[in-house]
Design a protein around this ligand. Structure first.
Ligand SMILES: *Cc1c(COP(=O)(O)O)cnc(C)c1O
Length: 400
């Protein structure tokens, strides 16, 4: 049988080198576990980057996908399909929104939000303010919105009309508002740049600034949405309601699907022909998402996420206390948690991730600053305990 090293060699020959990958070819997944081509087993605290929130190959999602794939795979948005309608009904019934546009990814959902904000406010108002450290995607407009220069390098000229306020500083935000501004775009909790929550008071100030200056508030919940922080959407526990919201990652538990949600009075600005996607809301992806939502909306699901999140945060806090030379504490919400590292810890971050990988535990080093833990939301104490044991072992070997 073909093993990891042979797959790696073949892959490296044919892929454009945009990714730095673990040297493993994954062949099978179930729940919180993955197996590679050498037959090694992993405990997964990455979930395909916060995607497989119900665990790998959840039977209800697999069943929905297989049934739909055998019935109707694709017709485009020239027609109605039942799964897409059911999904939009569930999303609107469980959020502030009345209307949905279906996309295939987080970046595409954000592109739709950016286009909506502009067409709704234009033609003279088009500027969007986002925050330093933010991540909104890799298309040209979403990379321009992303507040991290390292993602811009080499791609000039970027689309115009994106400016970045200093994270956590309401004055910096207010100073950027002018007659051209149409929206403020932010993640309720920054995921990629190192699990950085926005304080509720800060978010409330952002909401007030939007109201005062007649701006749209766009929440990028691509990573925080779909139960990750312990409620269906993160905004639901922050006392702030956006005007536009995007979701993707965990929506299809691995099938590519994203959505942009808004209120009816804003949605009317995107009329026939203004925006489209051939695959958006594809029946198979939508059927997966309907299955995901049914499970998440069952009694007790989000309470379970909060409970395991508290348990994991508590255990990680214990680890930080044991190794103060490497870690200073824990931040995040629900099961989107980061172990904050000291300067020394940051220098060893890649090494920690690598050693855990060798030990059969998958995590990542978000923003090269914080060890990020984003397990499937169905993670149990046994897996959390296994992670903590191995993490403590690895840190003990690196601590002075
Ligand atoms: C992952 C992510 C995106 C981009 O999603 P893609 O599906 O990779 O295009 C956008 N915003 C946030 C907050 C994300 O975490």
């Amino acid at each position: 049988m073909t093993g990891n090293s042979e797959w790696k060699e073949r892959g490296d020959k044919v892929f454009i080198g945009t990714y730095s990958r673990f040297p493993a070819a994954m062949v099978r997944g179930k729940g919180c576990r993955l197996w590679d081509a050498d037959g090694r087993e992993y405990v997964d605290f990455l979930s395909g980057i916060a995607v497989c929130s119900l665990g790998h190959c959840h039977p209800a999602v697999t069943e929905a996908v297989c049934t739909q794939a055998g019935t109707l795979m694709h017709v485009s948005n020239l027609f109605y399909t039942a799964p897409q309608i059911e999904l939009a009904e569930m999303l609107t019934a469980n959020s502030f929104a009345d209307k949905v546009f279906m996309a295939n990814s987080g970046a595409e959902a954000n592109e739709a939000a950016i286009k909506l904000a502009r067409i709704h406010s234009g033609p003279d108002r088009y500027e969007i303010i986002s925050l330093s450290g933010s991540f909104h995607g890799r298309t040209l407009a979403t990379v321009a919105a992303t507040g991290q220069p390292k993602f811009h390098r080499g791609f000039d000229p970027l689309p115009q009309g994106f400016v970045h306020a200093e994270f956590g500083d309401p004055l910096s935000l207010e100073g950027l508002i002018n007659e051209k501004t149409c929206a403020i775009l932010c993640e309720p909790l920054q995921g990629e740049s190192g699990v950085r929550p926005l304080e509720p008071e800060y978010l409330q100030t952002i909401r007030k600034l939007c109201d005062k200056h007649d701006l749209l508030l766009i929440f990028d919940e691509v990573q925080t949405g779909m139960g990750r922080t312990g409620t269906l959407f993160a905004y639901q526990q922050l006392g702030v309601v956006p005007d536009i919201m995007t979701v993707a990652k965990a929506l299809g538990n691995g099938l590519p699907i994203g959505a942009m949600l808004t209120r009816e009075d804003i949605a009317v600005s995107l009329g026939v022909g203004t925006h489209a996607s051939t695959f958006g809301g594809n029946p198979v992806a939508a059927a997966a998402a309907v299955a995901v939502m049914r499970i998440m909306l069952e009694d007790g699901f989000f309470a379970g996420v909060r409970e395991q999140g508290e348990y994991l945060a508590g255990r990680l806090t214990g680890v930080a206390a044991r190794f103060p030379d490497l870690a200073t504490g824990v931040r995040g919400s629900g099961l989107l948690l980061g172990l904050v590292l000291t300067e020394k810890g940051i220098n060893l971050g890649a090494e920690i991730v690598e050693q855990l990988f060798q030990q059969g535990v998958l995590i990542n080093f978000a923003g090269n600053r914080v060890l990020r833990f984003i397990p499937p939301l169905i993670v149990g104490r046994a897996e959390i305990d296994a992670l903590i044991d191995r993490l403590a072992e690895v840190l003990a070997g690196l601590s002075s």
